[in-house]
Design a protein around this ligand. Structure first.
Ligand code: SF4
Length: 353
């Protein structure tokens, strides 16, 4: 079983952010952690955990005394845990926090770097600078973390193929072991969506150039492109996220967190007061997946990865057609997309479902 914990706290809202997160008082954070601890006690009991992932929000915003409480409750489960990841933002990374995470069994950090251009970082309202991001990565290493992931975004306002290339190569040189790179989504309701006319965004051709640069630089650095948006050193695949893609069971605790328990999808609602004040341990929504839901998920998730999908799950002649177009390969009894296929994955997946 895998465990995901959502800490929806941030120092301020980034301009592009549509995640379930916000600025909250100490008291709200304290009560939220108490509620998480009650849910952990109820839902985990004697379950064995393989991975833990604490994401956000900005988990580093949680005060140290609340970290101590949360990690203390999780500690008995860490004996069996192969990967324990915490997401951090550079500006809230301190020696004290890193020491505490290390003592709590955390063995992987995922940094929200997003860019190493101060101009781009400021355009999207991030609180850190490129220097701060690089010094946070260094500090993590000083504290003994050797499995470090970083997130980057491409198609940011003010970004150019050159600045993107610099962000990727500098990060790879900084010794990260895993890189996640996502295309900026301009979502309605965010500040950036409302103010998009004030910025210049890279056009489609430039975005293609950035994607090619990403493939080239990660390959040169010996990284494996093992999922559409994810690259890693060969022995550093993200175990937790890989579990999502192979449809392992996971329990997600916190506002808006989802779980997959057997073939049931369960989730908590987004309202933080409702979450804190709720008197029982039930999920707010439970959905039983049908056979066709399960097949769709297997195809959608599998084709995003370098394991692909069993041929038995899709129309073999269609898969062979995509192979003849140079978009994938047949490996044994599986159909696997290549880098070109990943770029057209939405269309391919829609054809195969
Ligand atoms: S730090 Fe992350 S979760 Fe928080 S506002 Fe920025 S993008 Fe959203």
């Amino acid at each position: 079983m895998m465990l995901y914990i959502h800490l929806p706290f941030c120092k301020q809202k980034c301009r592009y952010c549509a995640f379930c997160s916000g600025v909250h008082s100490y008291e709200t954070m304290r009560r939220y952690v108490d509620r998480l601890i009650a849910l952990i006690g109820h839902h985990l009991q004697d379950k064995t955990l393989r991975t833990i992932y604490i994401g956000g929000g900005t988990p580093g915003v949680l005060p140290l005394d609340l970290w101590e409480k949360l990690l203390g409750v999780l500690l008995p489960y860490t004996d069996t845990v192969e990967e324990f990841t915490v997401e951090l933002n550079p500006e809230s990374t301190t020696s004290q926090l890193l020491r505490q995470l290390k003592a709590g069994g955390v063995n992987r950090l995922s940094f929200g770097v997003q860019s190493l251009s101060d101009r781009e970082l400021s355009a999207v309202g991030r609180l850190h600078t490129a220097d701060k991001a690089l010094s946070a990565l260094k500090l993590a290493k000083v504290h003994g973390f050797d499995n470090i992931s970083a997130d980057l975004i491409y198609a940011l306002p003010e970004q150019t193929p050159k600045s993107f290339s610099n962000s990727v190569s500098t990060l790879l040189d900084a010794g990260i072991t895993h890189l996640s790179c996502y295309n900026l989504q301009l979502e309605e309701g965010t500040e950036l969506f409302e103010r998009q006319d004030e910025f210049s965004f890279p056009d489609e051709e430039q975005q293609m150039e950035m994607y090619d640069t990403l493939l080239r630089l990660t390959k040169q650095a010996g990284f494996v492109h093992y999922e559409i948006s994810n690259f890693c050193r060969p022995d550093k695949r993200a175990l937790h996220n890989s579990g999502y893609w192979t449809r392992e069971d996971y329990l997600g605790l916190g506002i808006s967190a989802h779980s997959k328990l057997g073939e049931k999808r369960c989730s908590f609602a987004e309202d933080i007061s409702e979450f804190i004040d709720k008197k029982d341990f039930s999920f707010d929504e439970v959905e039983q997946l049908s056979e066709s839901d399960i097949r769709e998920e297997q195809i959608m998730l599998g084709l995003r990865t370098d394991s692909g999908v069993p041929l038995g799950l899709v129309d073999k002649s269609k898969a062979e057609h995509f192979v003849s177009m140079g978009l994938g390969t047949i490996q044994g009894d599986r159909f696997v997309l290549n880098d070109r296929g990943f770029m057209l994955s939405n269309t391919i997946i829609a054809e195969l479902i």
